[in-house]
Ligand binder design. Structure first.
Ligand SMILES: *Cc1c(COP(=O)(O)O)cnc(C)c1O
Length: 351
């Protein structure tokens, strides 16, 4: 800020895609082929997600926000329902609740892992609570066992927003096959990218059927699901007001190719996290996220928390100083309840 050359010659964004020649070749192959959407590349991508997450069902969709929206719809969330959501996350984790006309209720985070606190979730349960949306902050897995216990006790659907956590393993296995429904994002800042893209996984065949339906206009040609007698091959029914949340085969081909490289991405990210943890450990003015089992995590974000009181400066100063050094930091995140669409939402944490 006071002159001199910046620490990095070019702007280091907080996240960047890693696209290899093999990824490009996979996309070009689709462009030369017969199907730009609804073709074999989408099936291949979904198969690669099932393989990586151990989930029985995977539906690839247009983006991670669409994935969250249909997860909520599949869980039957609607007006009058409350859904408990992590308060420190990207807005999409809670926006999906508003899309369904339901009320998000924000739970506090754990001061060490920065993931949603199961004790806080428990405090927020009411007779209107229908589901929990737990976010694996930075890719560090939420406390699956504790959240599962609360969901089972009160009959709630456990939705995991794993936009940060493809490749992470939790207590019950790979993220994607632990919660009732898990959602992923493949935005270019995330570990695996399709440009824009997302996925929803589940082990439950009924939820999988509803997820498929809501992602594809609510229309089915599956005789088993129809309300009226089957009229033959031309016949279809619209069972729900669904959406067009499909991913294209162009994007899915990139995704399938990227998923093959996930082990390589995970390894590299673990190396970087270990390096940062080592380097920052001796600096009392900053603290970082604690991960109980880093060897099982594929990290998306590396977030530093500054002790601004000790530093004697504001957030703006730190941000401007790092940007002047070409370090493309961002704030992850403003608490969701402070954003304008949540002004009407009651939250005790502000009392
Ligand atoms: C990125 C992200 C999303 C949304 O994903 P898009 O693919 O950008 O729609 C949802 N939740 C969290 C926590 C995210 O970081």
């Amino acid at each position: 800020m006071h002159g001199g050359s910046p620490a990095s010659a070019r702007l280091l964004g907080y996240g960047r895609q890693d696209v290899a020649e093999e990824d490009i070749a996979a996309v070009v192959e689709v462009l030369r082929g017969d199907y730009l959407t609804c073709g074999p590349a989408t099936e291949l991508f979904e198969e690669s997600i099932r393989a990586a997450t151990d989930a029985c069902f995977a539906t690839a969709v247009a983006n991670g926000t669409a994935a969250l929206h249909i997860a909520c719809l599949a869980a039957g969330i609607g007006p009058g329902d409350e859904v408990i959501v992590s308060s420190i996350t990207f807005a999409a984790s809670a926006n999906c609740v508003l899309y369904c006309g339901a009320t998000p209720v924000f739970a506090d985070i754990d001061p060490d892992t920065w993931n949603v606190s199961p004790a806080s979730i428990r405090e927020k349960v009411t007779c209107k609570t229908k589901a929990v949306i737990a976010v694996d902050f930075g890719g560090v897995p939420v406390d699956h066992d504790a959240i599962r216990a609360i969901c089972d006790e009160f009959g709630l659907t456990f939705i995991e927003d794993a936009a940060h956590a493809i490749g992470t393993r939790g207590h019950g296995g790979a993220v994607g096959s632990i919660a009732d429904i898990t959602t992923f994002s493949f935005h270019p800042v995330k570990t695996v990218t399709t440009g824009e893209g997302g996925a929803v996984t589940t082990d439950d065949p009924d939820l999988a059927r509803r997820i498929q339906l809501f992602a594809k206009h609510g229309i089915t040609r599956d005789v088993a699901q129809m309300r009226c007698p089957d009229e033959g091959g031309w016949y279809y029914e619209q069972l729900e007001l669904g959406y067009n949340y499909r991913i294209s085969d162009i994007e899915a081909a990139l995704g399938a190719s990227q998923m093959r490289r996930l082990p390589e991405f995970s390894r590299r990210r673990r190396e970087l996290v270990a390096y940062y943890d080592r380097e920052f450990a001796g600096i009392p003015e900053v603290s970082f996220q604690l991960d109980p089992s880093p060897e099982e995590t594929t990290r998306h974000l590396y977030v530093l928390r500054f002790d601004l009181e000790v530093l004697g400066v504001g957030r703006r100063f730190v941000f401007d100083a790092l940007r002047a050094e070409n370090i493309g930091v961002n704030v992850h995140y403003l608490p969701v309840y402070r954003l304008a669409p949540y002004a009407h939402v009651r939250h005790e944490s502000r009392k």
